[in-house]
Design a protein around this ligand. Structure first.
Ligand code: GCU
Length: 327
C-alpha cells in the first residue's frame, strides 16, 4: 500500500513540533493509525476511547485517528511510530511478533480453550507482561481488542488440512502464521491486509484466513464463498503507544489514557459480538457457506509447532505453559 505523501508529510511535520509544544496550555495530540474502516468495531471502540480521553483530560490530550491504512500498512505504521512520526498504532499480535517476540504466544494455533480462557489471559498478569515487554523497542501496549477466532476461506470447503495441499494461502507477515500454514500443508504467502482483496480476485493467492468481520467488511466474501469454521487461532488486536509519547505525558494524563484504553477494550467485547453476528448474516445473504468441521485433524497437524518451540525457544515455551495454566 502506497502512503499518501501529503498526509505523511503533515504527520511528520507535526511530529517535529511534538514535545516542544508541551507548554501547559497547548493540547497534546496523539496520532493513531490503523487499517480498518470507520464502520469496524475496533474503530468505534477507539473512537470512544478518544472521546473519553478528551473529556477526562479537559481537552489537554487528544487522540486523532487515521483509519483505512491512510498512513500505511500495520508494519509501516509501526516503523513510523518507532521513528517518532506517529504516537499510536492499532495493530495485532501477529504483526507485533516482528517487533516484540512475546506476542508470538498469541499466534499459537489452538492454544486457547475458549473465549473465557482468552479473556482471562489477556486481562491478567500474562497479558500485562506482554504489553510491557516491548519497552526496549520504543513502545508499550495499552490494551488488547477482541478479534475473535481466525479461520480459512477460499472457493471450496476446507474439511481437513489435506484440502489445503498445494494452495497458496495468504498470511500476515508473521513467522508463526507462516509456520502454521506450512504445518497444515498449504503454501504460506505473506501479504499486507490491504493487498489481499486484489490478490484473491486475481488468483495471486487461493485462500486466506481471518475472523468473520474482517472477511466480510473487506469484501473478501465476494470472491471466496466458503468460510470454514476451523478457528485455528485467536489473535487479538493490540493498541500500542510510543514510549516517548507516553513518558512525555503527566502521570494523570497517562492514567487517563490507560483507563480509557481499558474501558474501550470492555466496550469492544459487545461491539465485537454484534459485529460477528451481523457480518455472518450479511455474508450468508450473498451466498457464503459457513462450514462446520471436526477440528481434531487440524489440532494434530500443528503439534510439531509446539514441539519446535519446546526444543528451540525456552522463553516462549514457558510463556505458553503459563497461558495453558490460566484457569
Ligand atoms: C484482522 C486484524 C488486523 C489485521 C488483519 C490481517 O483484521 O484486525 O489487525 O491486519 O486481520 O489479516 O492482516
Amino acid at each position: 500500500m502506497k502512503m499518501r505523501k501529503s498526509l505523511l508529510t503533515a504527520v511528520i511535520g507535526t511530529a517535529l513540533t511534538f514535545g516542544i509544544n508541551a507548554s501547559s496550555y497547548a493540547a497534546t495530540t496523539l496520532k493513531l493509525s490503523h487499517n480498518h474502516t470507520r464502520d469496524h468495531a475496533v474503530h468505534k471502540a477507539m473512537d470512544a476511547m478518544a472521546k473519553e480521553v478528551r473529556k477526562t483530560t479537559d481537552g489537554e490530550v487528544r487522540i486523532r485517528i487515521y483509519p483505512d491504512a491512510q498512513l500505511g500498512s500495520q508494519r509501516e505504521s509501526m516503523e513510523l511510530l518507532q521513528n517518532g512520526a506517529l504516537q499510536m498504532v492499532k495493530t495485532n499480535a501477529a504483526e507485533l511478533e516482528a517487533f516484540a517476540p512475546a506476542y508470538s504466544a498469541f499466534n499459537m494455533p489452538y492454544l486457547f480453550r475458549d473465549q473465557a480462557h482468552f479473556y482471562a489471559t489477556q486481562e491478567g498478569e500474562i497479558g500485562e507482561d506482554i504489553l510491557e515487554s516491548s519497552r526496549k523497542s520504543g513502545f508499550i501496549g495499552l490494551t488488547y481488542y477482541d478479534a475473535g477466532a481466525r479461520s480459512f476461506y477460499t472457493t471450496k470447503p476446507i474439511n481437513t488440512p489435506a484440502d489445503l495441499k498445494g494452495m497458496k494461502v495468504r498470511v500476515q507477515p508473521s513467522p508463526s502464521a507462516i509456520a502454521m500454514v506450512k504445518a497444515l500443508g498449504g503454501s504460506p504467502t505473506p501479504l499486507a491486509y490491504g493487498e489481499l482483496y486484489t490478490a484473491l480476485q486475481q488468483g495471486v493467492v487461493d485462500a486466506a484466513e481471518n475472523n468473520i468481520p474482517s472477511y466480510g467488511m473487506s469484501r473478501h466474501s465476494e470472491v471466496s464463498k466458503y468460510f470454514t469454521l476451523d478457528e485455528h487461532t485467536m489473535v487479538p488486536d493490540v493498541l500500542v503507544i510510543s514510549t516517548n509519547a507516553f513518558d512525555g505525558l503527566s502521570e494523570d494524563h497517562q492514567k487517563a489514557v490507560k483507563t480509557a484504553a481499558l474501558n474501550s477494550m470492555q466496550l469492544m467485547k459487545t461491539l465485537w459480538a454484534e459485529s460477528e453476528k451481523e457480518e455472518r448474516a450479511k455474508a450468508e445473504k450473498i451466498g457464503v457457506k459457513f462450514v462446520e468441521v471436526d477440528k481434531a485433524s487440524f489440532v494434530t497437524a500443528v503439534q510439531p509447532m509446539y514441539d519446535d518451540v519446546k526444543k528451540n525457544n525456552a522463553k516462549l515455551a514457558t510463556l505458553i505453559e503459563r497461558i495453558q495454566a490460566v484457569k
